[in-house]
Design a protein around this ligand. Structure first.
Ligand SMILES: Nc1ncnc2c1ncn2[C@@H]1O[C@H](COP(=O)(O)OP(=O)(O)OP(=O)(O)O)[C@@H](O)[C@H]1O
Length: 309
C-alpha cells in the first residue's frame, strides 16, 4: 500500500519548468525524507502532494485521493496534517484551549493529557501561547498536527530550534508514528536527523530525483569516503603511508576500501618498525554522501572526527 503514488508529475511556473516528470511512491507507515538544495523543487512538490498547489501534468494519488480535485482535497484535509516551520497561533489563547478547540474539529482526537505528554508540554497546559519559547511553540505545533490522528503527516524541519532533550523526544515520537501506521514526509536540512529517522530518502535537484533509497543505500552508493585514522607514531611526514595526511596529531587516510588500507597500514608499520595505536574507521555519513552526490565542488568527502582538515 502506498500513501503517496505520483507518476510523471510536472510543474511549470510561467514558461519555466521546475518539476520534470517526478515519480514518487511512499509506502504507508514509513518515514520518507525529501532532500535537495535551495530551489530544487522540494516545496513545490510537497505543496502539490498536500493539494496546496496545482500540478501541470501527471497522475497523483494521496491516501487514495487526488489532492488536485476539490472534493478529494476536502476529504484529504481531515486525514493529513502539515507542520510548517512557522505557524501562526492566537497569542492570547492557552495551550489547553487551543488544543481543545483543535480536538473539536476531529471525530476521534487524541486526549489532552496524552498529547501534552507526548510533546512534553504537560507543565505548560495553562500557559498562554504568547508566553511560550520557540521550542515550546514547535512542540505545540506538533501536538496540534497529531491531535486528529493523521494518516499522513508533512513535517518541515521538526526539531529546528529545540534543545537536545526535546529534540531526542520529538525524534522518538516521530519514529514511533510508524507503529501506528502514520506516513511521514520529512523535509530537513539536518541530515543526521534524516539518517536516524528516515526509511527512505529522495534527493531532488533542479526538479528531478537524482537519488532514492534507504539512507544506508545512499551512503553505500555514493562516492563519499571512509576515514581511517591512527595516532601519529612520530615518523617523518615523507615516510607516512601513501595518501596519508597528518591532522591534529592523527594520521588520516580517505578510502573506499578500508580493509585494504588497514592491511597496508599494518604492512607499513612493520616496515617502519613502528606500531599503530588508536586506529579508528569512520564510515561516511548521509551528510558526506549528500555532499558527494551534489558534487558541491568539494573533493570526495569523508566523515571527519570533528577536527579541522
Ligand atoms: N510561485 C512561483 N512562481 C515562479 N517560480 C517559482 C514559484 N515558486 C517557486 N518557484 C521557483 O521554482 C523553483 C523551485 O522552488 P521551490 O520553492 O520548490 O524549491 P525548494 O527546493 O523548496 O527550495 P528551498 O530549499 O530554498 O525552500 C525555484 O527556482 C523557484 O524560484
Amino acid at each position: 500500500m502506498h500513501a503517496i503514488n505520483a507518476t510523471d508529475i510536472t510543474k511549470d511556473y510561467g514558461k519555466g519548468r521546475v518539476l520534470h516528470g517526478i515519480d514518487y511512491r511512499v509506502a504507508t507507515g514509513t518515514i520518507a525524507a525529501l532532500l535537495g538544495p535551495n530551489g530544487a523543487g522540494k516545496t513545490t512538490l510537497i505543496e502539490i502532494l498536500e493539494g496546496h498547489r496545482g500540478r501541470t501534468s501527471g497522475r497523483l494519488s494521496v491516501l487514495g485521493l487526488d489532492p488536485g480535485n476539490r472534493r478529494d482535497f476536502a476529504r484529504l484535509r481531515t486525514r493529513m496534517s502539515v507542520v510548517l516551520q512557522q505557524t501562526m497561533l492566537e497569542p492570547g489563547l492557552s495551550v489547553r484551549d487551543i488544543l481543545r478547540r483543535h480536538a473539536s474539529y476531529h471525530p476521534d482526537p487524541v486526549g489532552l493529557d496524552e498529547i501534552l505528554d507526548q510533546v512534553d508540554l504537560a507543565e505548560k497546559r495553562g500557559a498562554l501561547v504568547k508566553s511560550l519559547s520557540g521550542g515550546q511553540l514547535r512542540r505545540l505545533d506538533l501536538a496540534l498536527a497529531l491531535t486528529g490522528r493523521p494518516e499522513l503527516l508533512f513535517l518541515d524541519e521538526p526539531t529546528t530550534g529545540l534543545d537536545p532533550v526535546s529534540r531526542r523526544r520529538i525524534r522518538a515520537l516521530v519514529s514511533g508514528l510508524r507503529d501506528s501506521g502514520t506516513t511521514v514526509i520529512l523535509t530537513s536540512h539536518d541530515l543526521a536527523e534524516v539518517q536516524e529517522l528516515a526509511d527512505r530518502v529522495d534527493v531532488i535537484r533542479e526538479g528531478s530525483f537524482i537519488a532514492s533509497g534507504t539512507p544506508e543505500d545512499l551512503v553505500r552508493s555514493s562516492s563519499a569516503f571512509t576515514v581511517v585514522e591512527f595516532a601519529d607514531p612520530g615518523v617523518p611526514a615523507d615516510r607516512l603511508p601513501q595518501g596519508a595526511s597528518l591532522v591534529n596529531g592523527r594520521v588520516r587516510i580517505h578510502t573506499d576500501d578500508q580493509d585494504a588500507v588497514v592491511r597496508e597500514v599494518q604492512a607499513w608499520a612493520d616496515r617502519e618498525n613502528t606500531s599503530v595505536s588508536g586506529l579508528t574507521i569512520v564510515p561516511p555519513t548521509l551528510d558526506d554522501a549528500y555532499l558527494a552526490m551534489l558534487d558541491t565542488g568539494a573533493e570526495k568527502t569523508g566523515t571527519t572526527t570533528g577536527k579541522a582538515e
